[in-house]
Design a protein around this ligand. Structure first.
Ligand code: NAD
Ligand code: ZN
Length: 291
């Protein structure tokens, strides 16, 4: 089990990211440890694909700790990361009677994480949430750092908030069911983090891909857990030093470096109405353009 602390200078909050094969079954215990002692209800936000695979295990683990658990499934896909979906989730939060001390669990990729996190950020002016990312992209990048958002007609992530999760639980075993194309998208963001910020991380990622890229069981390969933890640790370090992405900073540790490749990526995604490219793939092309 690897643990990474996300320290935030501008606020008193900090939270822990747990990375471990099989960790999903300890979600309940993690929730008990990281949520308010008064937390009683939990709404799992997910989509049908992910919930069919991992919803039962997640719910069971939470119930075993005494939480009353409901779920809300959004449609699958970037094009549903919208205000309309957000509105639907907010309605379920309210219908399920969640109170200020209760919590949301985001179970899925970056789309679910961004949308569920934003719902948690604004419901009752902010309730706790836990990220349980199930794609490589969300594990190395989207689930850490507190940026939550929905897309609008004008573009990607244009309405959102900074709302940090209380905890992040990463179970690399969930990657076993992830389609290869989604893994590739996750590797693009991983390469980005190394390329933009840290030579050693780039080399480690490159080396891992060189050794395993042809292996179908890429997700199972030894060293993956450590590499994910190293990626998370890098992102946590950048976020800690520039929590809100100060507009005027241009140094090599500002959060803006994480946007490497994203100008073109966002344009590609928007112009194809979020139907053609996986976000990570668009970032891959974006890095080629920016490079
Ligand atoms: N908040 C941030 O800091 C941040 C950073 C990077 C990206 N993002 C956002 O993340 C989003 C992209 O996330 P993504 O690439 O995870 O896409 P995604 O959430 O759409 O997931 C990709 C696909 O994989 C499926 N899936 C998820 N987990 C699975 C599993 N374990 N097994 C089988 N199928 C599974 C999903 O149902 C979906 O069809 C974009 O909206 C992007 O803007 C946010
Ligand atoms: Zn990205």
């Amino acid at each position: 089990m690897q643990r990474v602390r996300v320290r935030l200078r501008q606020r008193i909050e900090e939270y822990e990211v747990t990375v471990g094969a099989g960790a999903l079954k300890s979600l309940g215990r993690l929730a008990r440890r990281s949520l308010s002692p008064h937390a009683r209800r939990i709404l799992i936000v997910s989509n049908q694909t992910v919930f069919n695979l991992y919803g039962r295990l997640a719910s069971k683990s939470l119930r075993a700790e005494g939480f009353s658990v409901a779920h809300c499934l959004m449609n699958d896909g970037e094009r549903y990361k919208t205000a309309a979906t957000l509105d639907a989730v907010l309605r379920v939060l309210s219908d399920s009677g969640l109170e200020r001390t209760d919590a949301v669990v985001a179970l899925g990729g970056g789309v679910v994480g961004d949308l569920a996190g934003f719902a948690a950020a604004i419901y009752l002016r902010g309730i706790a949430f836990i990220q349980v990312p199930t794609t490589l992209l969300a594990q190395v990048d989207a689930s850490v750092g507190g940026k939550v958002a929905v897309n609008t007609r004008a573009g990607k992530n244009l309405v959102g908030a900074f709302h940090h999760p209380r905890a992040v639980l990463i179970d690399p075993d969930t990657l076993l069911t992830l389609p290869t194309r989604e893994l590739t998208a996750g590797w693009c963001e991983s390469v980005k983090q190394g390329a933009a910020g840290k030579r050693r991380l780039f080399d480690e990622t490159h080396e891992y891909l060189r050794r395993h890229a042809v292996d179908e069981k890429l997700a199972l390969s030894p060293g993956l857990e450590q590499l994910i933890a190293a990626q998370v640790s890098f992102k946590a370090q950048i976020v800690a030093g520039d929590e809100r992405e100060e507009a005027l900073r241009e140094d090599h540790l500002s959060r803006r470096i994480l946007n490497f490749g994203h100008t073109t990526a966002h344009a590609l995604e928007a112009i194809t109405r979020f139907r053609r490219f996986r976000h990570g793939e668009a970032v891959g092309y974006g890095m080629l353009v920016a490079g």
